[in-house]
Ligand binder design. Structure first.
Ligand code: 5RP
Length: 222
């Protein structure tokens, strides 16, 4: 069993009868959704709230009952992957382009679990390019602002080398920062920019990180 499957299946054990569960996006969350699909087939009753079209299609194919974020008052637990987790458990997410819906679902959740392999555990955030979701109208203005602040922006493209468009209809600029010494300061600055819809800094948001090391799993409760 690969490490992503191992942490995905471990996280599925946290899902209990009757829960409303936020379903993350990405190659690790994929295994969580597969494991939940299996348990639903065996009789588990849950309601999923998906964070992307991809996850929605997977969950529907597995007959996991789904609700729209609008139609739930709260989510008991959200389980998602992450691109980086720092030693003080702050995260960068959005490598898969779903950061906006992922953050909306996480914000509505009582508890958040991230599932990662140990290559994602870092001292300082920022080696992974920071995704920033921006409105398409006039996007080059923000791009130039990032350039002039030496944030090394790169407009995200899809496999066909066209501009990548998120499920929310926006563009993503990845900032190649190397290291983010003060993630909170960076988040506040990005939050204040007109045209920035959301960024991939997920700060003070996670309750448990499930880390896969080879063939063992470590659970970090924060
Ligand atoms: C998608 C995400 C993913 O959770 C993140 O990119 C991790 O993905 P993977 O498990 O494939 O490494 O934030 O927007």
């Amino acid at each position: 069993m690969n490490v992503k499957q191992m942490v995905g299946e471990k996280a599925a054990e946290y899902v209990k009868e009757g829960m409303t569960v936020g379903l993350g996006t990405g190659s690790t969350a994929y295994y969580l959704v597969e494991a939940l699909g299996k348990r639903v087939k065996e009789g588990l009753k849950i309601t999923g709230v998906t964070t992307s079209t991809r996850t929605k299609e997977q969950a529907e194919a597995l007959n996991i009952p789904l609700a729209n974020l609008n139609d739930v008052t709260k989510i008991d637990l959200t389980i998602d992957g992450s691109d980086e987790v720092s030693e003080n458990h702050q995260g960068i997410k959005g490598g898969g382009g779903a950061l906006l819906f992922e953050k909306l679902v996480a914000n509505a959740s009582d508890k958040v679990i991230w599932i990662v392999d140990d290559s994602k555990m870092v001292k300082t955030l920022g080696a992974f390019p920071l995704p920033v979701e921006i409105v398409s109208f006039g996007y080059k203005q923000l791009f130039r602002l990032f350039e002039s602040n030496n944030l090394h922006p790169e407009l995200r493209l899809n496999e066909s080398k066209e501009i990548y468009v998120t499920d929310g209809g926006h563009y993503i600029v990845d900032l190649h920062l190397g290291a983010i010494e003060n993630p909170h300061e960076m988040a506040i600055w990005l939050d204040g920019l007109t045209g920035v819809v959301e960024h991939g800094l997920f700060l003070d948001m996670v309750n448990t990180v499930i880390v896969g090391h080879g063939n063992t799993v470590e659970v970090l409760d924060i």
